[in-house]
Design a protein around this ligand. Structure first.
Ligand code: UDP
Length: 364
């Protein structure tokens, strides 16, 4: 069987790496499966794309659609037009999309319109917040997916509630955690570690890039001021997403303890996360990684599509009001942050389960 694997943006690369490896393993074992890897080009620069291919040993994509830039609609349209050509030139049995980025949605629509089946990895998660572009991508993708690979029982339930049949749902776990567990022994010190003399558990990592936090400049400034004021003199390391960089430039915020740095490679970023006192973020994927590494995580959002990081893991949702920072930091420094556990099936073997399920589905 032929499978086309799609990846477009940073979190996608982390999710596809183990899937590609599991497909290659199956191929080496003589299983009847082959793949094409298609990069849509949604994230295209070295720091958001190339570094991840190198560090996670993802092979060179068979095709790069170079559809980066533009508004949400322009990007969706560009990806669809170019992915249609790709599928017409290289027909496939199954298009596999991951996560919740524009490429996920655009490629699943294109595939279904060409009567090609779609598998969605990380299906069924819901924030129920339609102001997030990712939620629209999830809803559209899941409404036209054939095979749903899920990370949690809550995702399964969301899918059942929307009418998906039991035999379309494959509860397999989390490929982002496959990548984390595989690469944990390879994490490496970023330059900033030595440059500013960081010490284990005596610094804080920040990442913010959601429109709700970043586009509201005044709020972003207040959030950062509250973090600075309530962080007990610890260094604050903030690898800045390109989206956030533009806003921070306008804000002109600076403080001797706030280190605004370029986005880090995966191995360097998670080296920092694993050793940090806490991660303050609005990312979804990072809440999963901190949960598995047992690192406290404070999410500056009003909702999450990953509730198990809160009910089981180390994550706490504190909202986007800057006033919520102080009490949360007091809880951290008084040693009352919860310990957390690892959700079921987040065991590093998810990609193998996905490939096994696909082989079963397509066996003659
Ligand atoms: N990440 C990274 N370098 C950074 C920031 C994040 O490698 O400087 C990784 C992080 O470990 C996680 C992923 O990027 O695996 C999260 O990506 P992002 O926050 O862009 O996406 P989200 O999870 O919010 O969809």
């Amino acid at each position: 069987m032929k499978i086309t694997v799609v990846a477009g943006a940073r979190p996608n690369f982390i999710k596809i790496a183990p899937i590609i490896q599991a497909i290659e393993k199956a191929m080496n074992e003589g299983k009847r499966i082959e793949y094409r890897l298609v990069h849509t080009g949604q994230h295209y620069d070295q720091k958001m794309s190339g570094d991840f291919f190198e560090q996670l040993e993802i092979p060179e994509p068979h095709a790069n659609l170079e559809s980066g830039g533009g508004s949400q609609a322009e990007q969706t349209a560009n990806i669809m037009v170019r992915f249609e050509v790709e599928l017409l030139n290289y027909p496939t049995d199954l298009v596999l999309v991951v996560g919740d980025v524009t490429s996920t949605m655009a490629c699943s629509i294109t595939a279904q319109k060409l009567h090609t089946k779609v598998a969605h990895v990380e299906a069924g998660i819901r924030s129920n917040d339609w102001s997030m572009p990712e939620e629209i991508n999830r809803l559209v993708t899941d409404s036209i997916t054939n095979y749903f690979f899920t990370t949690s029982e809550i995702a399964n339930e969301n899918l059942r509630n929307s009418g998906v049949k039991e035999d379309q749902i494959f509860y397999v776990g989390n490929t982002m955690i496959d990548t984390l567990l595989k690469n944990r022994p390879r994490f490496r010190k970023p330059e900033i570690w030595g440059e500013i003399g960081l010490i284990d558990k005596e610094f804080i990592v920040i990442t913010l890039h959601r429109p709700a936090n970043v586009d509201e400049e005044h709020n972003l400034k207040e959030l950062l001021v509250e973090i600075i004021d309530n962080s007990q003199c610890l260094p604050l390391v903030f690898p800045v997403h390109p989206r956030t960089a533009r806003v921070l430039e306008n804000l002109g915020i600076s403080h001797p303890r706030l280190y605004l740095i370029e986005p880090l490679g995966y191995l360097e970023f998670n080296f920092l996360v694993e050793r940090s006192k806490i991660v303050i973020t609005d990312s979804g994927g990072i809440t999963e990684e901190t949960t598995v590494m047992g690192v406290p995580c404070m999410t500056l959002r009003d909702n999450t599509e990953r509730p198990e990081t809160i009910s089981v893991g180390t994550n706490e949702l504190i909202g986007t009001n800057p006033k919520a920072i102080k009490p949360a930091m007091e809880k951290l420094f008084s040693g009352h942050w919860k310990q957390g556990n690892i959700p079921d099936l987040w065991d590093g073997k998810t990609a193998e389960r996905i490939v096994q399920s696909i082989l079963e589905l397509y066996k003659e």
